[in-house]
Design a protein around this ligand. Sequence first.
Ligand code: IMP
Ligand code: MG
Length: 180
Amino acid sequence: MDLAPELERVLITPEAIEVRVGELAGQIEAEYVGEELLFVGILKGAFIFLADLTRRISIPHIVDFMAISSYGKASVSSGAVRILMDLRESVVGKHVILVEDIIDSGRTLAYLQETFAGRRPASLRSCVLLRKERTHAEVEIDYLGFTIPDVWVVGYGLDLAERFRTLPCIAEVKRSLYQA
Ligand code: IMP
Ligand code: MG
């Protein structure tokens, strides 16, 4: 595959992603037999992962979306997360699976888990495609695709300033582009 000049290398191929997403779907199906699921995709990063994952789930399920914004990597100390678009329906009594693209510090997922726990779902789990090695151990991820090094990655939904989201693989960005 020809990589754009901004990208260092392919970290995870489309084939490896496909295999892993299938495994995660199988694991989820096996654990929710007889239940109905609500998948909540976190926009924008999770849109491709959510689409591929849910198309491989054959037990009854619905999907919904939430958009959030963190205050950027420059203000990591504030750790503030804001809801830009909330769900259309209540989650009370539903089996919810949060679907996220990537966990870095873990702050975003921790915020989402806390927010959803307060909404009284029947159960709450998290399915995350990528987790960086430095992620705090306290954040609980029930279904994890891959653990990756502490580098900036793009593709399969993930971006660098909105670019590269539709790249079919997960690629590492050249360090000079995200580090001062
Ligand atoms: P956290 O709150 O530090 O765990 O950051 C999680 C959020 O930051 C993710 O939902 C992504 O939107 C974004 N993010 C973190 N690392 C990357 C990356 O390597 N590529 C693209 N987005 C990232
Ligand atoms: Mg995201």
